[in-house]
Write a protein that binds this ligand. Structure first.
Ligand code: BGC
Length: 915
């Protein structure tokens, strides 16, 4: 009996297990459609494009899975799921497109919310439908704005310009079904409804070329509203609009008056609508923020707080009326990129008393944001928090490199129990703070640093067996976090923090690996085009606060061709090429107009900014590259990218015209800068790198020139000497011409100048200079010594694309056709990179051990890949423990030390013999 029972229950378990196993197989292998994006965003609440684009991801464990067809349905009814009121159905389209598929239905309505769903079919005969997703159209027409611009009615203190507050009470008499707030400002704004913060965005409305494009944000505020009494409370800061920017006391870049534009569109349950807008019924006053400037910081006097002003019932009888202004609204645009949000928080890692007796807190990471404090004290106690990136060689607090930026938060206590402070309309670049005036003992639990940056999706990871390189990758990512604050800035701490075009282009390709920067750059590039001069010259900084003549520098202005192309490669986003095409062409035409006989050798240029130059340069080791040689190289490169864009957009005539021009540009380069024996007039790494990377030389001269580059690197003891313009391509060129081992030596070089030197010196971000802190721990000149400048982080691109080997083909961009080609080095035992693309995750993980290579690859569904497997012979490669042939993997050829295979989606485990 007992035997029978045991047998019976075991059988039952076995059957259960088999059923479970089969079921899980079915579930696992099942086709799924997820990650629905509209205009590259998940369920966006405000897009102002009339033909939005849709992307989705197919998920399946099956190999070689491709989408064969899709069908998109769009509905505009909130009860869509129930009665599926379809406004557009694409029909079943036989296509493998699953990214940036364009809406082709009837006109979409301002302010309306839509549902969408996609059904896909695959090459295994399966089909699946996604869950519904939503998108909401912003205000498409100026006439949709019922709100008026309002300004403080009182006379502002024109020196300190304390933050004006605005408030409005209103009654919602009926049950509210939904409510959307549209808000922007001349300045920065922060808003509350019934005491609760509107959204979790900071530094809104962000930074654009305000007179041409001013972003507004859209918030679903249904949950903040009451049926009955409601209060809207808004605070404004000077921000970029009218605060100090650039140098020499420059302020009021877009105007001297601060203003608010606010519109709340309410839909009641009975279907009726009401709008509460900024108008002459609002009241205004000042409050606790008595000073606020981006560079200098903020002063909050809690004694001046207007208690209860954010809530209904507050008596605003003595507040002023507002001034209503009739500003043009045609510059209003919906926010396209991810807004700035709070991200990582940091507790103090050390509390220090410096030799100078300063009370300093170390947060362990150079970051951008601010410190939140909790404090108890007496009314009038004044706490000053100063910010610094580094301590000097004696361990004292060092702020000289912030130049004129005061970078301080000052808090004056109200003296009523525990008080909480954080700034509102400023930000700081810091790792250390100095605390003055703290009542009582400084305890770590009272301080939390928080990082603020644009809320881009993290997409990339890179790690390898060298911990210094891993720290370098960390520093690159933190350089990006710190400087992608609505616009790409050069640095986040000193009196600069501007959208320097050169820095942005240099770093753009690396940035596209670490995070999804598609919309971030798409938005900024619109400002690039908007601020471009009529003659095609591109300003040094965007938004342009340096005046119309500050522009046209080689390698800086080329931002307008380089970033659109990099974004196109990374995301397959053709619209960015369409959007920027005129800007790209205008810049090429500008260079053409300044050239004589196709040689561009006029105008001001920064050149290979911050290249290597030793202090006591007796035998001439400084790596000076002729600026006009550089200009001719970038002239060619921008023309090449314009040709690429023309080809991608099917503009054949333009492609032909500019191809002819490109030949002449290269011809003029050879005539002017290359000797008969193939020497460049500047024998620097940057000169060789640019000439080779942009194909300036005839095929026959390239190998020899690459040899000269390799020799040059060796002559500096395997050190780089490049500045901003040569650095991004240095290792790529070495790799391309067979000098991987030298490229690795540069990557792993620990002494100055090199990428790892700052790491060895304790850097947690990328420095502006190769030797911001010198080997003797003294600093470079304080006038130019930022410790958070991402440009030299451009090596990240080589780490992803060459060390791990993840790349995309330009004729199938956005990783529709993935290229995997790891480049091994004896100095690394493993390297891993993962990249979230619109199709899914691409991974390349390699590990070498005892003459074998273990290569784990992941290729997303609906893409294909060409994989270069390092191996001595095809027969010495297995996949999941079987030969390539029996794994059904197509071997296309053998090239040098690689076996090249063509695969579809799936996870692959290759083992090969490499020695
Ligand atoms: C910035 C740079 C910028 C440069 C122009 C500097 O002040 O910080 O990164 O590109 O000026 O050369």
């Amino acid at each position: 009996m007992s035997y029978y029972v045991t047998f019976h229950s075991s059988m039952k378990k076995l059957i259960q297990l088999i059923v479970y196993f089969q079921l899980s197989l079915i579930c696992f292998a099942q086709l799924k459609v997820t990650n629905l994006l509209c205009e590259n965003l998940s369920n966006p609440v405000a897009i102002d494009v009339t033909q939005p684009r849709f992307s989705w991801q197919l998920v399946s464990d099956k190999r070689n899975l491709m989408q064969t067809a899709y069908e998109i349905s769009i509905g505009n009814n909130s009860s869509w799921e129930k009665n599926k009121k379809i406004i557009w159905n694409s029909g079943k389209i036989n296509s493998d497109s699953s990214v940036h598929v364009i809406y082709k239905g009837p006109s979409l309505q301002s302010g309306a919310r839509y549902f969408w769903q996609v059904r896909v079919w695959d090459n295994y005969g399966k089909s699946a439908s996604s869950e519904p997703a939503t998108f909401q159209i912003a205000l498409l027409n100026v006439a949709d704005w019922k709100a008026n611009w309002i300004e403080p009615g009182f006379t502002e203190d024109s020196i300190n310009r304390p933050t004006p507050l605005f408030r409005k009470e209103f009654k919602a008499s009926k049950k509210i079904q939904s409510a959307t707030a549209y808000i922007t400002a001349h300045g920065m704004y922060e808003g509350y409804i019934n005491g609760k913060r509107i959204g979790d965005f900071y530094l809104t409305p962000g930074w654009t070329s305000y007179n041409k494009r001013l972003q507004y944000q859209t918030f679903d505020v249904t949950d903040l509203l009451n049926q009955g009494g409601n209060t809207i409370a808004m605070a404004l800061g000077s921000g970029w609009y009218r605060g100090y920017l650039a140098w020499s006391g420059n302020k009021n870049s877009w105007g001297k008056d601060i203003a608010l534009l606010f519109q709340l569109d309410i839909t009641y349950a009975d279907g009726s609508r009401e709008s509460i807008v900024s108008d002459n019924s609002w009241k205004t006053s000042t409050g606790s923020i008595t000073y606020s400037e981006i560079y200098n910081g903020e002063i909050i006097d809690a004694r001046k707080q207007k208690t209860g002003w954010r809530n209904p019932g507050y008596d605003d009888g003595n507040w002023s009326r507002v001034k209503v202004k009739d500003y043009n609204k045609s510059n209003l645009v919906a926010t396209q990129n991810e807004p700035v949000k709070k991200h990582e928080t940091f507790a103090p890692v050390k509390i220090i008393t410096t030799p100078n007796g300063e009370n300093v807190i170390d947060f362990g990471q150079n970051l951008v944001g601010w410190v939140m404090i909790k404090v108890k004290g007496n009314a009038g106690d004044t706490i000053t928090i100063s910010h610094a990136e580094v301590l000097d060689k004696y361990g004292n607090f060092y702020t000289e490199n912030l130049r004129a930026a005061r970078a301080q938060a000052k808090y004056i206590l109200r003296g009523e129990g525990e008080e909480f402070f954080e700034p509102h309309f400023t930000f700081f670049g810091f790792r250390y703070i100095k605390v003055e005036g703290w009542p009582g003992e400084i305890k770590p639990e009272n301080f939390t640093a928080v990082a603020l940056y644009s809320d881009m999706q993290p997409t990339g990871n890179f790690s390898c067996s060298n911990s210094l390189v891993n720290q370098l990758q960390h520093n690159i990512q933190w350089g990006q976090k710190g400087n992608f604050l609505d616009v790409p800035t050069d640095c986040p701490q000193r009196d600069e923090r501007l959208g320097w075009t050169g820095d942005a282009q240099v770093f753009s390709r690396t940035a596209s690996f670490n995070m999804n920067v598609n919309n971030f750059f798409a938005k900024w590039l619109k400002d690039v085009a908007a601020d471009q001069q009529v003659d095609g010259s591109v300003p040094f900084v965007i938004p342009n606060v340096l005046g119309p003549r500050a522009g046209g520098a080689t390698g800086w202005a080329d931002v307008c061709t380089i970033i659109p192309w990099n974004v196109y490669l990374a995301y397959g986003d053709k619209r960015i090429l369409e959007q920027q095409y005129n800007s790209m062409e205008a810049w090429v035409e500008y260079m053409r107009s300044k050239s004589k006989d196709d040689l561009w050798n006029t105008g001001f240029h920064f050149g290979d900014w911050l290249f290597y130059r030793p202090f006591d340069d007796n035998d001439g080791r400084s790596a000076v590259t002729d600026k006009y040689l550089i200009a001719q190289c970038f002239y060619a490169y921008s023309t090449q990218l314009l040709i690429n864009a023309a080809n991608a957009l099917g503009r054949k005539n333009d492609a032909a015209t500019y191809s002819a021009l490109l030949q002449k540009i290269k011809g003029a380069f050879l005539k002017e800068y290359v000797t008969a024996n193939g020497r460049l007039v500047s024998g620097t790494q940057t000169a060789y790198v640019l000439a080779l990377n942009f194909d300036m030389l005839p095929e026959s001269q390239r190998a020899e020139t690459a040899q000269r580059l390799a020799d040059n690197v060796k002559s500096y003891g395997n050190h780089l000497t490049t500045g901003f313009l040569g650095t991004p391509y240095l290792c790529h060129v070495l790799t391309r011409f067979g000098y991987d081992s030298i490229a690795y030596k540069l990557l792993l070089q620990k002494t100055y100048p090199s990428w790892l030197y700052p790491v060895k010196m304790g850097a947690t971000t990328i420095w502006e200079r190769w030797d911001g802190i010198k080997p003797d721990s003294s600093f470079e000149t304080p006038t130019m010594n930022s410790f958070n400048h991402y440009s030299y982080g451009a090596i990240g691109d080589w780490m992803y694309r060459v060390v791990a080997g993840i790349d995309t083909y330009a004729d199938a961009p956005g990783y529709k056709h993935v290229k995997i080609q790891p480049h091994l080095s004896d100095s690394l035992t493993y390297a891993n990179a993962d990249l979230k693309t619109y199709y899914g995750t691409v991974s390349s993980h390699w590990k070498r051990d005892k003459g074998n290579l273990y290569l784990d690859i992941e290729i997303p569904v609906n893409t294909k890949a060409t994989i270069y497997i390092p191996a001595v012979a095809t027969e010495r490669v297995t996949e999941s423990n079987t030969s390539l042939a029996s794994a059904g993997i197509k071997v296309s050829e053998k090239e040098n030390n690689y076996v090249i295979v063509e695969v579809g989606s799936g996870k692959y485990h290759f083992v090969s013999t490499i020695e």
